[in-house]
Design a protein around this ligand. Sequence first.
Ligand code: NAD
Length: 469
Amino acid sequence: MTEHFIGGRFVESHGKEVMEIHNPATGELIGLATLGDEVDTERAIAAAKAAFVTWSKTTLEERKVWLQRLADAITERMDDLKAITIAEYGAPAVFTDYIVDQARDFFIFAQDLLKPENFEIRQGLSTIQKLPIGVAGLMTPWNGSPWFVCEKAASALAAGCTVVMKPSELSPLQSKVLMECFKQAGLPAGVINLVNGRGDIVGNTITRSPNVEKISFTGSTRVGKMIASQASERMKRVTLELGGKSPTIILDDAEMGKAVEFALMVGLMNTGQSCTAGTRILVPKSRLDEIKQYLKTGIENLQIGDPSKRDTVIQPMVSAAHYERVQGYIRKGISEGAEVLIGGEGKPVGFENGNYVKPTVFVGVTNDMVIAREEIFGPVLCVITYDGDDEAVRIANDTDYGLYAYVFGADAERAQGIANHLLSGCVSVNEFIIDPAAPFGGFKLSGIGREFGIAGLESYLETRVILSR
Ligand code: NAD
């Protein structure tokens, strides 16, 4: 992969650094990607800036047609995109289906937002207009790359912005298929641009550019802070979707077998490589022994293995470096005095070639331990006991993050009552739901702003008021 997508065509990379891409499940070398540099990025920004002049003036009906063409182009390449997501990222087949199907669907959902009242309303003596803000820089992580790229692109394009995307440098083969889809959709040259490359080079150039008005970033809180600080130089609008350390509160009236099944599902989704993973499991002290038993059996029954198989639940970590990072946290938990209930350091037997981590559950965790405070982004769960609902809420909210939270209990009204006290962008009660029409985003270090639906669209719009009689 030696090209970027700039100005409606594939362009040889000016940057010359070459990165090896390994299948995370086998360690096998599956590709080489040439990474872009400042010159590639500036070219993409210039193309987007030129295209903005006409794209921002397109009608809502015209934009609907283009969004549908993008959805159709992805539909045609569905199988290729799924296959490469499994090979390059290691996402299990069932999860990959969700990522890629919804990546396409974002271009369909966005069409529903294209209603005149979302762009202009009359209120008293004011005509309130929502204008596309300009060129949008979209930077995305590796944990479901097509999903993030398409979600941001759909909202930005619907708003009338042109885009420069920088997906994770760990996802270039997924980006290649997406670029082919963009080419196939045939949008006017420069409306969509994609540069592969590193964050500190391509990402930084986008953030600093005077020709990019909006940054929408999904990734770590560490990088989000840098972007917020750099973007403030020009008062750039930013949407930051960052990390999480989500609590799952199991209430004492829950049927514990079901509650633990739920906690494992939300804690280990995407093998913990998920910003919404419920990695702090808060359990009533009086039910701990029973819960431990269910956790042990639940983990023992999880299918670890080949991501292309439909029954696989536990996948490898995306890279060897990330595997090492997760191992460091497991060692940290042990050194902090937490007890390994199941799992622990090293690779599961039979999976020595891939970046597999043993699904690990720590008990005896207190909420001040590093493993309970920092985002591990792997299959490592902390069980923390509480005494009474008030303490459960206090521990749940005692975190620097606030992206997602879960409550599970038999009495739905009581569970809903607990949900009302949680400081979190989303709280799921008794099931895991992602509603693509509801605002998504976090409190505190989990970010700034909201994506999805009308909130997502508005994040790419600037307001002008015309006052007249
Ligand atoms: P990351 O922050 O390392 O990288 C994310 C993106 O930012 C990549 O494209 C990377 O190249 C780029 N980047 C790195 N340095 C940059 C810089 N200086 N300027 C601009 N861009 C830069 O995160 P990651 O490891 O790819 O993803 C995992 C993180 O993402 C986790 O913290 C996770 O919680 C978070 N995440 C959040 C959400 C959410 O919706 N809140 C969703 C998925 C992932």
